[in-house]
Design a binder for this molecule. Sequence first.
Ligand SMILES: Cc1cc2nc3c(=O)[nH]c(=O)nc-3n(C[C@H](O)[C@H](O)[C@H](O)COP(=O)(O)OP(=O)(O)OC[C@H]3O[C@@H](n4cnc5c(N)ncnc54)[C@H](O)[C@@H]3O)c2cc1C
Length: 229
Amino acid sequence: MQLKLKEVIPGEGDVKSFVFTPSEAFSWTPGQFIHYTLPHKDADQRGDERWFTISSAPFEGDVWITTRVNSEYSSSFKQKLSAMAPGETIEGDLPEGDFTVDDPAREYVFVVGGIGITPFLAILKQLAHDGKDIRAELLYANRDENTIPFKAELDAFARQHPGFKITHFIGNDLIDETALKAAGSKLNDPIYYVSGPEPMVEAFEAKFKEMGIDAAHSKFDYFPGYDSV
Ligand SMILES: Cc1cc2nc3c(=O)[nH]c(=O)nc-3n(C[C@H](O)[C@H](O)[C@H](O)COP(=O)(O)OP(=O)(O)OC[C@H]3O[C@@H](n4cnc5c(N)ncnc54)[C@H](O)[C@@H]3O)c2cc1C
């Protein structure tokens, strides 16, 4: 399917949201991602394909890619994406993935590194739109307190949903076992969702094994291409 660029919305720091209108109507479950192809001349070794979570919620209709675009270090794919003008198109497959909240009545710990927030944006926006509550704690790690992606939107959601709490971890203040246990102990039989740079998510996967958090109580979403938050 073709997705037509509508606008680009600058976010915190190097975060940008690319808003696309799909050529055909389709829906998705918040938390799913799309495989994109963006052919371009002189593609670098990472090539012309990428996967991005849909950071918009289905009720919004448009498909958002939210990503970091570093002005100095960007891949040729992201340079091409950034150079797109409104009206230009990108090719996308149908949504896939199971990093979704199937039962909002359960309780959750969301463990997020930086841009790994994208699936939760879609999940939380759709819940708010549907008038549903969620009992969850977001443990949110970022390198800089001034460039936390979507901080204002998340704070607004927390104000409107008293069961949703946010704890920030900045720089070397890491989300450790104590923090995981503290969040989990306040909740009833919580499920841990982890999303962020691949090395971070792998480290949590290993830690969960040590802590005895099993596959029925954990889900992981890996963003390759990022070394750290
Ligand atoms: C299922 C799935 C969902 C995903 N969802 C998202 C999403 O919603 N948003 C998202 O952003 N990504 C998402 N990703 C990851 C995405 O596909 C890319 O791999 C990622 O955005 C990195 O993009 P890039 O390879 O174009 O590298 P770029 O981001 O362009 O970075 C290029 C290279 O430069 C390096 N670099 C960057 N800054 C510096 C610096 N200051 N100094 C030195 N080196 C630097 C990077 O480490 C990288 O190696 C997802 C991946 C999967 C598999």
